[in-house]
Design a binder for this molecule. Structure first.
Ligand code: DC
Length: 207
């Protein structure tokens, strides 16, 4: 299996999907799983900062990720998990160790069921699959990451950059499985590259 990690907006999902398509294997976006848990917390009125309440909720949430859609407790949350409310709360929920335990187990089960695949997130090469066949750490400057987000979903570039930097800080400094590059990861800086160039570069690493 191939592990892809890196900060928000670096191009991990686009590259991961393209890579999975080219190789004819499955693709798992673990950020979507953390977003779905956050959606569930907001939906159920669970306070994101309440460690115990979120921990008690995590194992009871029914998540389905299929064909690009995300179902949370049977309801379609595909669009809502990308919204502002979820995006602002997700670092808090994903810092909860009980949430991580539940989702890491589901990620490992997914890989067994799919006989491998491309798995993308923050701790995939470091914690979830330390024995991955290929580990990529995809990054880009904060400014470029913000510009890409604005191109995709709109907004003010300065505000988006500030929000990205804040999320990077929380994701990299949390006690449990912080965002960090694995020693054996190939670092790909996509700042001046197109997606096609990145995919070609990565496929060369596999050859
Ligand atoms: O990739 P993304 O922006 O959709 O991820 C949403 C959040 O989920 C991100 O701020 C950090 C968290 N996350 C995580 O902690 N571990 C992962 N493996 C994937 C995402």
């Amino acid at each position: 299996m191939i592990a892809i990690d890196g900060p928000a907006g670096a191009g991990k999902s686009t590259v991961g999907r393209a890579l999975a398509d080219r190789l004819g294997i499955g693709y798992l976006d673990t950020g979507a799983m953390y977003r779905a848990m956050t959606f569930a917390a907001l939906q159920r009125g669970v306070v994101e900062g309440d460690l115990d309440e979120v921990a008690a909720m995590a194992p009871t949430v029914d998540l389905v990720l299929e064909g690009g859609r995300v179902l949370v407790d049977g309801a379609d949350a595909t669009a809502a998990i990308r919204g502002r409310e979820v995006t602002e709360a997700v670092s808090q929920v994903s810092a909860n160790p009980a949430v991580r335990d539940v989702l890491v187990q589901r990620q490992r089960d997914w890989v067994v069921e799919h006989h491998g695949g491309v798995v993308e997130g923050r701790d995939i090469g470091t914690v979830v699959f330390p024995d991955a066949q290929l580990k990529l750490y995809i990054t880009a400057s904060a400014r470029v990451r913000a510009e890409r987000r604005v191109r995709d979903i709109g907004g003010d570039v300065d505000e988006v950059e500030a929000s990205i930097l804040k999320r990077d800080r929380v994701d990299s400094s949390r006690a449990h499985s912080p965002l960090t590059e694995s020693d054996d990861a190939i670092i790909v800086d996509t700042t001046g590259m197109s997606i096609d160039e990145v995919v070609t570069h990565v496929l060369e690493q596999l050859a």
